[in-house]
Design a protein around this ligand. Structure first.
Ligand code: G4P
Length: 196
């Protein structure tokens, strides 16, 4: 997606060969025009899959998931990383974050995703694919179906891409980074940046 790549090139900061800072437009300060376009792009890609819910994990996934859900005209649910005391029947799953080297629990209220739902998972980054695996388990525990996933940015050399590809469900990446470094900047994967 050209607008996203252009924004990353102009405003993203490559902090290290594995960390891209995007808090000027994607996951802290938000560019509403860009996020609207991202939602339109994901919705267009998955419009024919009979999606009934968009699901994400707080916090970085919430805004792209919301704009996607708006264009698909379905509800959006975000899994929380702390169980609120008001949650009556939480469905939970442990997720490992390689980036932060910790485990965390994601939870949703049981009735937010239910049997028969066709779920689209949207997230800001595809890195190690652990968030995807947690979401897949959570959706299965709710007797619903995870039918597709969309990621704004992937770091293609990390394991997430292969995990998704092996699973065989459709997924779309809007900006696929082949390689990056603070010195050389970003090089893109042109052939994998569209729907798999
Ligand atoms: P995964 O999401 O593919 O499972 O990979 P990983 O466990 O490595 O990612 C953990 C967290 O780090 C996720 O956010 C993910 O969005 C974020 N992340 C991964 N790579 C980058 C990167 O290059 N830059 C930035 N800015 N973030 C990255 P999170 O910890 O779950 O929470 P949140 O930041 O969305 O609140």
């Amino acid at each position: 997606m050209d607008l996203l790549k252009k924004t990353i090139e102009e405003e993203g900061v490559v902090l290290s060969p594995s960390v891209l800072k995007v808090d000027g437009f994607l996951n802290h300060k938000i560019d509403p025009i860009l996020l609207d376009e991202i939602g339109k792009e994901f919705a267009g890609a998955f419009r024919n899959l009979g999606i009934t819910k968009v699901l994400t994990i707080e916090s970085g996934g919430i805004v792209p998931a919301f704009t996607t859900a708006l264009y698909l005209n379905v509800p959006v649910v975000f899994a929380k990383k702390a169980e609120p005391s008001t949650m009556r029947n939480p469905k939970t799953c442990r997720v490992h974050s390689f980036t932060k080297n910790t485990d965390y629990t994601i939870c949703i209220e049981q009735n937010t995703i239910h049997e028969g739902d066709r779920v689209l998972f949207i997230d800001d980054f595809l890195a190690n694919g652990q968030a995807y695996l947690g979401i897949k388990k959570l959706v299965g525990d709710c007797h619903a179906r995870l039918v597709a996933s969309g990621f704004c940015i992937e770091k293609a050399w990390q394991p997430g891409h292969s995990i998704l590809k092996q699973d065989g469900f459709p997924f779309k990446v809007l900006a696929s980074i082949r390689h990056m470094s603070p010195e050389e900047g970003i090089s893109w994967n042109y052939d994998t940046a569209e729907t798999e």
